[in-house]
Design a protein around this ligand. Structure first.
Ligand code: F6P
Length: 302
């Protein structure tokens, strides 16, 4: 069978570099006279038959922006068998020969379901969480830098007033973001699970903070603690004012780093080239500094 039509979708939390993946896939399709179809809104678009042909006009001015030009989603409907069947029949109706899925662990699970029902898939690891078993996922580098830059800004104000901060960091159940940021901002004040030891946190703050150097910055992974309550407790015990900060989508959005653009682009291109070599039903991502493919089953860290 000759490959003519490839489709691509982005799913789950958007990650900076997803657009570069789309551009990489588009470039390889152009080089090989293939059509690249974008599916809008993640797996929901498969169900709703939202297929659009990707061309230069769609990409113009948006390739190096964050977010996803195809939009994303966490589709609950895709898990229901009637909607799943519709998704499969839409792929067939649109004569899609293979589907590229850019997303995190939930998206890869969806990809396995499609594969098990005869659809040819290739996954690219797109998530800021770094919770897939590649050296990095697309978007992790940018998110790390976004967080460090935001904390640098916060630090200027904290230092002027002698305050500390408690800052909530994304990552879902994966600690890679919070650990990498902690190293980069030189803090060892981390709350990564609900059963953290408040006394040892207070002790570390008291030992380390002398009022002259870096302010005490406590990083909290997602829902491990209520950051307002934690500020109140630390204020009482350490006699320093603590300010809560939720960085939210400042972490996930924004211009992708050079690393994530290159990673996204080369992975997208490689996905199409792999399909042309008739190698599909795998995931392609960085292992060390090389793009490698592995079984989708072997990509999960949790
Ligand atoms: O998967 C990326 C991520 O940003 C996680 O770090 C976080 O747990 C989740 O998405 C937040 O999801 P939402 O899009 O619902 O805010």
């Amino acid at each position: 069978m000759i490959t003519k039509n490839i489709a691509i979708l982005t799913s789950g939390g958007d990650s900076p570099g997803m657009n570069s993946s789309i551009f990489g896939a588009f470039t390889a399709c152009q080089n090989n006279e293939l059509h690249l179809w974008g599916i809008l809104n993640g797996y929901d678009g498969l169900i709703d038959n939202k297929f659009i042909e990707i061309d230069y006009q769609l990409l113009a001015g948006r390739i190096n922006r964050g977010g996803s030009i195809l939009k994303s989603g966490r589709s609950k409907r895709f898990l229901k068998s009637n909607h799943f069947k519709t998704a499969i029949s839409n792929l067939k109706k649109n004569q899609i020969d293979a589907l590229i899925i850019v997303g995190g662990d939930g998206s890869l699970k969806g990809a396995m379901k499609l594969r098990d029902n005869g659809i040819k898939v290739i996954c690219l690891p797109g998530t800021i969480d770094n919770d897939l078993d590649f050296t990095y996922t697309i978007g992790f580098d940018t998110a790390t830098n976004n967080i460090v830059n935001a904390i640098d800004n916060i630090t200027d104000s904290l230092s002027s007033f002698g305050y500390g901060a408690v800052i909530k960091i994304m990552g879902n159940q994966c600690t890679d973001l919070i650990d990498t940021v902690a190293d980069a901002i030189h803090t060892n004040l981390l709350v990564k699970s609900k059963d953290f030891d408040i006394n040892s946190l207070v002790k570390s703050i008291k030992t380390r903070y002398d009022g002259n150097h870096l302010p005490p910055i406590v990083l909290v992974l997602e829902e491990s603690a209520n950051i307002e309550d934690l500020c109140t407790v630390l204020q009482e015990k350490c006699k320093i004012q603590f300010r809560p900060h939720i960085l939210g989508y400042i972490q996930r959005g924004g211009t992708p780093s050079a690393f994530d653009r290159r990673y996204g682009f080369t992975a997208g291109k490689s996905a199409v080239e792999s399909i042309l070599r008739k190698k599909y039903n795998c995931a392609i991502g960085l292992i060390g500094d090389r793009l490698s493919s592995k079984e989708i089953e072997n990509c999960f860290k949790f």
